[in-house]
Design a protein around this ligand. Sequence first.
Ligand SMILES: [Ca+2]
Ligand SMILES: [Ca+2]
Length: 339
Amino acid sequence: MASIKNTFRLVLACILISSLASAQTATLGSATGIYDAKGGVLTLTATVIYPATANTVGGVVVAAGGSGYSGLPTVTFSGGGGAGATATAEVTGGAVTAVRIVNPGAGYTSPPVVIFSGGGGTGVTANAVAILPQAIGFLVKLPSGWGFASQALPVGAAAVTSPAVGDSTLEWGFLSFPAERLRWTFDVSYPPGLSASQVVTVDATQSAYRPGPLSISAPALVLVLGRHSADSNGDGKIDLAELTRVIQLYNTRNGTVRTGRYLVQASGSEDGFSIDGTTPNIATVSLARYHTADSDKNGKITLVELTRVIELYSVRSGATRTGAYLPQDGTEDGFAPAP
Ligand SMILES: [Ca+2]
Ligand SMILES: [Ca+2]
């Protein structure tokens, strides 16, 4: 019995070592990496990749060594839902004393049956130990004002814990999931009027496959403001027609006074805004969202703000005016010239 116990300990040690050494990742992605100043809904993708040892045969425990073995019996595996596992037997004193895994295989969802053939002896029995997934967690923290909207889980996955609509801390827990990796998408809503980069964080300690390494890498997802309000056609450049539209907003008058006032117009205008010729210059207004050019967000385009748009319009590449811009945190409008 002592040798069987030693073998069992050795197998457990091998399982532990291989689990700790294998990698897993928990990542959050966005197809575009950008959001819109108008507010809206973004689809994010969560992915958990399991350790290389998941769903493999991690070891074999010899239950009875048998007797009469003059050569090494051939070891094969049957069932268990997977394939590819191979192993060799060790014989001492006519009995099988150990089975060494050569290839752990893949896709096992339960321990396969261990079959011995040949070697001249009889009576050996052994049990395979499969390394099986147990649980997956995933925890995401959204920026202020963002909220969970909906999700689409893949076939073969069922969440026992899921976020509710409007949650800003999103937690998932899975007890069943496909082999190798779990990937799903979920939609989050975000408010209008944002300007700086938005950071969605993944809690690495909560976003992991168990059993698995104790710490994993789970980088934050940074989303940048994708489009200047003046860039009506969304090509990353301010052209003359787009600049002219901002000048039109700048020239808004209330009577004889130039106010530069504008209003949000959900549809029917090229930039989602319209001229406000009725609000007096001195009135204080609050809009549902603001034109990117209106960097102090007071509902009015001033000369300084118009000048900034002209600066972006005037960006050159060599001798050619391009009007190209890029998202840039820390500037008055969240953008910078892209020469
Ligand atoms: Ca444009
Ligand atoms: Ca303003």
